[in-house]
Write a protein that binds this ligand. Sequence first.
Ligand code: VGL
Ligand code: ZN
Length: 210
Amino acid sequence: MDIKQNSTALLIVDVQNDFIPGGALEVKDGDQIIPMINAIQKKFSHVIVTQDFHPANHGSFASQYDGKSPGEFVVLGGLDQILWPDHCVQGTFGAEFHKDLDQSNWEVIFQKGKNPEVDSYSGFFDNARKGDTGLNAYLKAKGIDTVFVCGLALDYCVKFTALDAKSLGFETFLIEDATRAVNLSPSDGKDAIEEMRKSGIQICTYKEFL
Ligand code: VGL
Ligand code: ZN
């Protein structure tokens, strides 16, 4: 694939220990995307990374509610919120990037999920679209008009980051094989790809970069 280097960015979403097999919110085969992401990072002059970075009392954690378990729902910040196991807590191993992920090319890291009162799947905005990480302004200031999105998890943070990128006017690609889904329901990953495709997001594979 021929990319316009200076106006194109790779967005690596949440490749953190808690989303890797053995982690608190493990994504099946999540570790398999690491060599793929490493192989393509060198092709981009802008590599931009997001990090799920919750306080220990985050309102998306089932542990914060008496008698609630992961997978159940509460209302958080006025929105229906699915509850998760405690994950990506600031200062813990689970919040760190996987050790095999090559960080040598990274330009900037945007953290999200820091407000305990609202969850934040997208790398751009929280789920209430009130908090803004600054990613949009950053990309615009760098003259970036095209983004390629990969990472974890396909049916949550990757999907919402890609949908926001598209709606903010970026030409947006999902690198389909460099992502994996949580799949709380078995078809969630497939459905996420379909929803992205319908929104005008283009689907590609990491092999097209090699
Ligand atoms: C994510 C659930 C909760 C993700 C983050 O990175 O996809 N999913 N927090
Ligand atoms: Zn989270």
